[in-house]
Design a protein around this ligand. Structure first.
Ligand code: XMP
Length: 522
């Protein structure tokens, strides 16, 4: 597939993926690379434009990331954002200094020139700023196009050389007219028509995967989550019964989830594929008995998952291709290096070592989550599956604090089902934004604490568990705020859980953000 391409060159900015998503929202395909990508490699990719991200460094720092100056003479439009803007100014003869005061947050920007990037922007516009250094003097051949009360050069451009620099972050929602700025860069300056559409992605992928697989056998680990479901349907459309999907029910799924997955992908569902459901619930409960350390639980579930999958794969014999639901955020390499591992995440990424196969197929490798969802809808996958919230590989195993038993799984399943029902009702009645709409909850679920406490029910003393409800607003799952759910929703959920779920006499709401908390409890 040959698309118009914009390259985001990452200098360690926290918004690298956001920039790429915004460009793709303009219908233009965009890839993120670390700033270590060589000029030769960039040229080989023939981008229509390049965007330099922000970054934590100062251009004068000893280890500050730089780039080959020849990039400015390629004739390819470049937009530098924050650090990227400083770098452009610094390398082309302007001056970058520590600002007398740092600007952080929403800032009013005065537009001085509307001939270029700010064509459709208001004279005064609110932008998101986050910087300590600033451009104090633009290079001689640049026009200053915006300023703030602190920044003499909040934006500059050399339209002839197609070089543009922005101190504010146009990719962030708080920059009210950021979308317009990016649109002008991508469409007017880079001349992109916007040929990145989901229907053609789906069509092309089906054709390409079909060609690649030929008459081969394909194996897919299906979790019922969005990514593996969309990958499986793409493959089934491409190769039909040459595809076998193995779905391991580890007994740590949400209420009725195993049956729901089977209804869609099993023999009575709409898809033409071989579906194997492995009911391994008891195996997992046995392995988990008496184990309460979160990391140990994660390891046990991950390893047992591989064992079960491996046994099934052996029954099928040698397969030619293994399908993985890897998506683009997993592929992007940060410009500055990886951060510390907080939790050992479990997903099918661990499988290849254990299964006899020749090649991996990752049909969603270049898609962001929202694009995976759009591809899912395009493929006719039911909306409730496409908009399913993220669900961790170890499932309810990490939503039961302490040791896991079948009884506890049932308690948390029932409480979670009530919570989900009531959230769905609140979305339906307009109390909270619907899933898929802007401002919707990022993730919500019930967890079982290992705390028991005294309560009273009827005239009797009870000594039962406390359920914790969690709901977070997040776009990237790296940071999150506790959602301010309407009190009436929380009250209804609480009443229903204590009345309907045996062995629960208390419900608590988790108000912690991430950091310092994480989204899951373990
Ligand atoms: P935390 O708890 O680290 O979670 O704030 C961030 C996001 O990742 C999900 N999560 C997982 N996903 N395997 C997964 O595929 C895992 O082991 C795992 N642990 C957490 C979590 O649900 C949230 O969306």
């Amino acid at each position: 597939m040959n698309h118009e391409l914009i390259i985001v060159l990452d200098f360690g900015g926290q918004y690298n993926q956001l920039i790429a998503r915004r460009v793709r929202e303009e219908g233009v395909y965009c890839e993120v690379y670390p700033y270590t990508l060589s000029l030769k490699e960039i040229k080989a990719k023939a981008p229509k434009g390049i965007i330099f991200t922000g970054g934590p460094n100062s251009v004068y720092g000893d280890d500050s990331p730089q780039y080959d100056k020849a990039i400015y003479d390629m004739g390819v439009p470049i937009l530098g954002i924050c650090y990227g803007a400083h770098l452009m100014a610094h390398q082309l003869g302007g001056k970058v200094e520590t600002a007398p005061v740092s600007e952080y947050g929403r800032t009013e920007v005065d537009i001085d020139n509307k001939d270029g990037l700010f064509k459709d922007v208001s004279d005064k516009t609110i932008c998101w700023m986050s910087h300590t250094d600033y451009i104090s003097k633009a290079p001689a051949d640049f026009t200053v196009t915006a300023h703030t009360s602190v920044c003499p050069v909040a934006a500059m451009e050399n339209r002839e050389r197609k070089l543009y620099a922005l101190q504010p972050h146009p990719e962030v929602m708080h920059t009210v007219e950021g979308k317009k700025m990016l649109e002008v860069f991508v469409k007017d300056v880079c001349g992109c028509a916007g040929d990145w559409q989901m229907d053609s992605f789906v069509e092309n992928t089906i054709a390409n995967v079909g060609k690649k697989v030929g008459g081969g056998k394909v194996l897919c680990a299906l979790s019922g989550g969005v990514d593996s479901s969309v990958a499986a349907v793409l493959l089934s459309k491409a190769v039909g019964k040459q595809l076998t999907c193995v779905f391991v029910d580890h007994g740590l799924l949400r209420k009725n989830e195993g049956d729901e997955v089977e209804a869609v992908f099993g023999p009575d569902g709409p898809y033409d594929l071989n579906f194997i459901r492995v009911n391994a619930q008891q195996r997992f409960y046995k392995k988990l008995a008496g184990v309460s350390d979160p990391e140990k639980k994660r390891k046990i579930i991950g390893e047992e998952f591989i064992r079960v999958f491996e046994e099934e794969a052996k029954k099928i014999g040698t397969v030619d291709f293994l399908v993985q639901g890897t998506i683009y955020p997993d592929v992007i390499e940060s410009g500055i290096g990886k951060s510390a591992v907080i939790k050992s995440h479990h997903n099918v990424g661990g499988l290849p070592d254990y299964v006899d196969f020749k090649e991996i197929i990752e049909p969603l490798r270049m898609l962001f989550k929202d694009e995976v969802r759009r591809a899912g809808l395009e493929l006719g996958i039911p909306a409730y599956l496409v908009y399913r919230q993220p669900f961790p590989g170890p499932g309810l195993g990490i939503r039961i604090i302490g040791d896991v038993t079948e009884e506890k799984v049932k308690i948390v399943q029932d409480a979670d089902a009530i919570y989900r029902e009531e959230i769905a009702a609140a979305m339906e009645s307009g109390l909270i934004p619907k899933y898929g709409q802007s401002g919707t909850i990022g993730q919500y679920f019930a967890a079982l604490t290992n705390m028991r406490s005294v309560g009273v029910m009827g005239d009797f003393r009870t000594y039962d568990y406390a359920i914790a409800l969690r709901a977070v607003d997040t776009s990237d799952f790296m940071t999150a705020e506790a959602t301010q759910l309407p009190w009436e929703v929380l009250q209804k959920v609480t009443t229903r859980i204590v009345n309907e779920v045996k062995h629960v006499n208390r419900v608590m709401y988790d108000c912690t953000g991430k950091p310092p908390g994480t989204i899951e409890f373990e």
